[in-house]
Design a protein around this ligand. Structure first.
Ligand code: GAR
Length: 194
């Protein structure tokens, strides 16, 4: 069975990356993780991916004079691995329209809110401040507007009276780890069938 080639971009601890790597170990999973790239030298996920035997590297955005130069290096690395799908997993740089256009409809992201609610940062703090009773996470296709592309899958979690941003984030993160592998599997299977 051919499997779609996935590159994962991270900026930090990489728990969603780990969930994708774990899911892709199943022999019938329609995607394989061919590389992990972090934009920060201190991203813990790089070591975790390497320990899993996955090619992992840092491309530090601060080492480049411009965003275009950083993204050119990113694209060169992804293309060297023949990446067909890019999965953003806690990747905290906003990609330019030019970069996104290189991989049209092929970049996925996981966002910690029920989009279109709470785009951007500090989603759990903002959900608590707004008093919503349900919160959650979304996997969506990346387009040129921030946290805006078509939603592929969402999961809801309850907001409890005693929640802090941390307890709410932990509940949402468990849901992220469930839906990101499921959404990538559906997306990859569709791509392979097209
Ligand atoms: C996750 O909660 C993810 O949804 C969020 O960052 C966290 C990364 O955790 N992403 C964003 O906020 C994207 N704007 P992880 O590194 O353990 O996967």
């Amino acid at each position: 069975m051919r499997r779609a080639r996935v590159g994962i971009l991270i900026s930090g601890r990489g728990s969603n990356m780990s969930a994708l790597i774990a899911a892709a170990k199943a022999s019938d999973y329609p995607a394989e993780i061919v590389c992990v790239i972090a934009n920060r030298p201190d991203a813990a996920g790089v070591g975790i991916a390497a320990a899993e035997g996955i090619s992992a590297q840092v491309i530090d955005h601060k080492a480049f004079g411009s965003k275009a130069d950083f993204e050119a290096a990113l694209a060169a690395a992804l293309d060297a691995y023949g990446v067909e799908i890019i999965a953003l997993a806690g990747f905290m740089r906003v990609l330019s329209a030019d970069f996104i256009a290189r991989y049209p409809g092929r970049i996925l992201n996981i966002h910690p809110s029920l989009l279109p609610a709470f785009k951007g940062l500090d989603t759990h703090e903002r959900a608590l401040a707004a008093g919503v009773k349900e919160h959650g996470c979304s996997v969506h296709i990346v387009n040129a507007a921030l946290d805006d592309g078509p939603v592929l899958m969402q999961a809801c979690v309850p907001v409890l009276a005693a929640d802090t941003p941390e307890t709410l984030a932990a509940r949402v993160l468990e849901a992220e780890h469930r839906i990101y592998p499921a959404a990538l599997a559906e997306f990859a299977a569709r791509l392979l069938a097209s």
